[in-house]
Design a protein around this ligand. Sequence first.
Ligand code: GTP
Ligand code: MG
Length: 339
Amino acid sequence: MPPKKEETTERLGAWALGRFSNRLKVGIVGLPNVGKSTLYNTLTKCAIPAENFPFCTIDPNETRVNVPDERFDWLVKTYTPQAPDSHCKSIVHPWLEICDIAGLVKGAAQGAGLGNAFLSHIRAVDGIMHVLRAFEDPDIVHVEDKVDPIRDIEIITAELREKDKAKANSNAATKKEWQAEVDTANKVLQWLAEGKEVRLGVGVGDADYWTTKDIQFLNDWMLLTAKPALFLVNLSEEDYKRKKNKFLKPIHDWVQSHGGGTIIPYSDSKENEVPSALPKIIKTAFAMCHLIYYDERGSDCAGPEEFKRWEFDAGEYITHRGDTEASIFFIVSGSVACM
Ligand SMILES: Nc1nc2c(ncn2[C@@H]2O[C@H](COP(=O)(O)OP(=O)(O)OP(=O)(O)O)[C@@H](O)[C@H]2O)c(=O)[nH]1
Ligand SMILES: [Mg+2]
């Protein structure tokens, strides 16, 4: 007799941390003068100031970038809007909003450096791209004097945890009448006291630390360490080309021992002869916010003259709209094709 199929139970409820929206934004975060604005300029093709002094950026800068995808390009090419028999005249690319945030220093949660202002800018983003300086250049000032990306990421994450502790403390103190909320706040404080980030309490199967109820509160509070994170390692052009740098292994070990995450080494140099890491950075940032998309052409929704990529949160319910052009959905590896 064939072995009995194992019964699977569906887990219902709030399944992920974060906002549910199709207009998500990721923030570039790091110590001052590590190359955040330089990266922002390269990603967005903008030209905001990126000078060799700490706190060059004060107010956040935001721009949308198109998310590169060969499949979308193929669909557009195949059903080319320029073809004489096509009704499509417009192509709507998927996009992601990128926000360049001021540098963060030790003690920021208590107001050091630019203090709390930019921590609120971090609160407003849905995902964090940590920029770690791994390039050595004596001419480029380092606020901690020496290049050491592990020390730097420890400083940043400690400040984010401090800020979350303050938020959880205030929730525990001011909302005594809501016992469930106070319980979650106390769970947050205990988790942070162990040096862990809130985002690490989900996605570990049945061992999830956060219950569905906790996640509802956490999503209201928009905690800084609940946001998905990705680690970008700023290398010199030479190190990027030879794929070697003495900090890569320690960074890898640190990330693994802190819940894992994607690490992308990159170089901002314009003279790169090797493939650029920038498309990967944008794609990974898009995916880490749980965004998925489907493509549509010439229907009621996309418009008769449009080729449109719709983005939506993977947590949103997909409804059958019942129109002739958009009635069958295929969910294939994170994207949804609409036929
Ligand atoms: N040698 C070298 N210099 C770099 C690299 N990336 C950035 N820089 C330089 O570092 C300086 C600071 O760069 P920014 O992009 O302004 O740094 P930031 O992190 O935005 O700094 P703040 O806005 O002050 O927080 C600039 O002079 C850049 O040209 C790199 O990979 N190698
Ligand atoms: Mg800057």
